[in-house]
Design a protein around this ligand. Structure first.
Ligand code: DX5
Ligand code: ZN
Length: 217
């Protein structure tokens, strides 16, 4: 499937989110990191901000929930109109039910795995999801260094997805830049979240183009 670039507004100016969205018209999705200061040691934004952003941009919102109780909150993001809603395997208590509720509300359902969480125990969930998100840093903050140790898991996940046969996105998130994106693409990822590499650049739209061309090589 074609490469998708999903700039993360975590690295943008939170007082100017509409402008941050408008700065990347060539992006495919806009990545929104929801953090609750419990699942991760950082606090960002929630449903009201997502609802406002939905009115401010036509880019599909790619909502990544780093929260302790995704079963309770995830369906509301899908109902609000998010393009995708991703929950963490480490946090969900009823992932099958929650993923089905996300899909029933019309969003892509995503499952995220932290760097140290293996993919094999979740193989049976592949039929319930539209996207697998592999964290390539410990979740919580932008601007961290890409963890090469996740590359074998990206490869393994690609094999499992191909064997499964469904149309499933494989997303990587954390430390993705023009220097690391090629490794991820070679290993089989096709959706690339980038915070610092896009919003830390002088020209965010140009940064999106660069990422897309390096990933597509
Ligand atoms: C980290 C978030 C990422 C973050 C990535 O927990 O899930 O989406 O914004 O930022 P960079 O690309 O700067 O590592
Ligand atoms: Zn994220």
């Amino acid at each position: 499937m074609a490469v998708q670039i999903s700039p993360s507004i975590l690295s943008a100016d939170f007082a100017r989110l509409a402008e941050a969205a408008a700065a990347v018209p060539n992006a495919d999705w806009l990545h929104v990191d929801v953090m609750d200061n419990h699942f991760v040691p950082n606090l960002t934004l929630g449903l009201p901000v997502v609802e406002s952003l939905l009115k401010a941009t036509s880019l599909p919102l790619d909502c990544h929930l780093m929260i302790e109780d995704p079963d309770r909150w995830a369906p509301a993001y899908a109902e609000a109109g998010a393009g995708s809603v991703t929950i963490h395997a480490e946090a969900a208590k009823a992932p099958v039910r929650t993923l089905r509720e996300i899909r029933a509300a019309g969003a892509r359902a995503g499952l995220a795995l932290n760097p140290a969480t293996p993919v094999e125990p979740y193989e049976d969930l592949l039929g319930e999801i539209d996207m697998l998100l592999l964290m390539t840093v410990e979740p919580g903050f932008g601007g961290q260094r890409f963890l090469d140790m996740v590359l074998p898991k990206i490869r393994r996940s690609r094999e499992l997805i191909d064997a499964h046969g469904g149309r499933l996105w494989l997303q990587v998130d954390g430390g993705v830049s023009e220097h690391t994106i090629e490794r991820c693409a070679e290993a089989g990822a096709d959706v690339f979240v980038a915070g610092n590499a896009v919003y830390g650049a002088d020209d965010p739209a140009h940064a999106v183009d660069v990422l897309r061309s390096v990933a597509g090589k």
